[in-house]
Design a protein. Structure first.
Length: 446
């Protein structure tokens, strides 16, 4: 057995061991992720100290961004819940689309909101709507929530200005405008299949715990006067608008422009969420005449349920980093370079393998783009924009226990590991396969 094949076998065994520890042995996911990560590092031949360092770096890299985003986003969500803003938006959506079609409304809202923001940011912004709509309609959290994450995931993986997509655009020398246009043509039907359609089928087959602590915090009913629909929407869209302005400034203004630097600063996800939260204290708090003590209590109360979530997400990032540091990604890349497949299939296949092995959509997309770009450049007639979409589709497939996003969805929806595999993992796999299929269809038309 070659060294590369041995590495891939160890990675597979690590994933199986992790699932068994959590699902069968009932080991806490945080502990199980640490054990498996260190075991994977040792089996791959890493120095034990290097394995610990890789795990530690992975935790820090993930939590350095996600912990702040989840914290600020959860506080904003609590303000929306306590003020009645989430209820106001949910009620308006239900009235506009009807209870039977509200899951379609959530998918389109997620698709629009997700274009300029990171997946995690869009998720924490919109999850209060999911909890509120599920409570008001009596619909399954799965039926409302899966369309949300499907819409966010598609735009995260396929559409600029997301970082990995932008890097792929640069690597393939693609046109940003055409990539966005083709991404919409491919992404909307892909999100529909993985979101509302799949959610409607799987929801009756998944029985969730009715006592979800985060749903209780973020999906509360308001029986008093609520903020208007317009101020509620404006508040939740502030981060989206600020990030969109930052992207536009980066593209249109000179690097030395003070306006560009200012917009780039306030368009950073952390700053944008902070500004939205501060604005919500005024825009949403004034309608209910909240005192400073009440605002402080809301912020304290909503953070308690996120402690376990953040530890598990961080440990998932640590496992991811151990897999990357052990050379699993390079092993897959080396095996794929000698392939004679078409550029679209090659880009999708390499991204998919790296995604499954390392758990990171960003690592999968950037690595695959770097490998395929010189190959595609030597083949006449290759459509660079479609290469971006194929790579993005592959980078989203089969999210499982080595992906921090897997644990984010699991903990917020209060699901078991098997339930998360049946919902989130399958939805991501549908996105990966359908995204490739629609990209190939579009290539025939072009």
């Amino acid at each position: 057995m070659t060294a590369d094949a041995r590495l891939l076998l160890y990675a597979l065994l690590a994933v199986i061991a992790l699932i068994l520890l959590i699902a069968r042995a009932k080991v806490h996911p945080f502990v199980a992720l640490i054990l498996v990560s260190l075991g994977m590092g040792a089996a791959a031949g890493m120095q034990l100290g290097a394995a610990v360092k890789a795990f530690q770096d992975g935790v820090g890299n993930v939590l350095g961004f996600i912990a702040i985003v989840v914290g600020l986003g959860t506080m904003l969500g609590k303000m929306m819940a306590e003020s009645g803003a989430a209820t106001r938006i949910a009620t308006t959506l239900i009235n506009l689309f009807g209870e039977k079609h509200v899951h379609w409304a959530i998918m389109f809202v997620a698709f629009i909101v997700g274009i300029p923001v990171f997946f995690q940011v869009g998720f924490v912004l919109l999850i209060p709507l999911v909890f509120t709509i599920a409570r008001r309609t009596g619909l399954s959290l799965i039926k409302i929530g899966i369309p949300l994450v499907a819409g966010l995931s598609v735009v995260h993986g396929m559409l600029p200005p997301h970082p990995a997509a932008m890097l792929a655009v640069t690597a393939y020398n693609a046109d940003v405008g055409r990539t966005i246009l083709y991404g919409l043509l491919v992404g909307i039907p892909t999100a529909a299949l993985a979101g509302p359609l799949y959610a409607s089928w799987i929801a009756p087959r998944i029985a969730l715990n009715p006592d979800n602590p985060l749903a209780a915090q973020l999906g509360g009913e308001s029986t008093q006067e609520m903020p208007s629909f317009s101020i509620s929407v404006i508040t939740v869209l502030i981060p989206v608008v600020l990030m969109l302005l930052a992207s536009a400034a980066d593209a249109a203004l000179d690097a030395t422009s003070p306006t560009r630097n200012t917009l780039h600063f306030i368009g950073q996800p952390i700053v944008a969420l902070l500004l939205a939260l501060l604005f919500s204290f005024w825009s949403l708090g004034r309608a209910r005449h909240f005192t400073r003590d009440q605002l402080l209590k809301f912020c304290n109360d909503c953070l308690a349920p996120t402690a376990t979530i953040l530890l598990v997400i961080g440990a998932g990032g640590g496992f991811n980093q151990v897999l990357v540091a052990s050379g699993v990604g390079h092993a897959i890349a080396d095996m794929a370079i000698g392939s004679n497949a078409s550029p679209l299939l090659l880009a999708w296949g390499i991204a998919a393998l790296i995604r499954v092995a390392t758990g990171s959509a960003t690592v999968a997309m950037t690595t695959a783009a770097g490998i395929v770009a010189p190959i595609a450049a030597s083949i006449p007639g290759t459509n660079a924009e479609l290469l971006v979409l194929a790579t993005g589709a592959g980078s989203l497939i089969l999210s499982h226990v080595n992906d921090s996003g897997f644990w984010l969805i699991k903990e917020f929806f209060d699901m078991t590991v098997p339930q998360t595999l049946k919902t989130w993992t399958v939805a991501e796999t549908i996105i990966g396969i359908a995204g490739l299929g629609f990209t190939l269809l579009l290539s025939l038309a072009l």
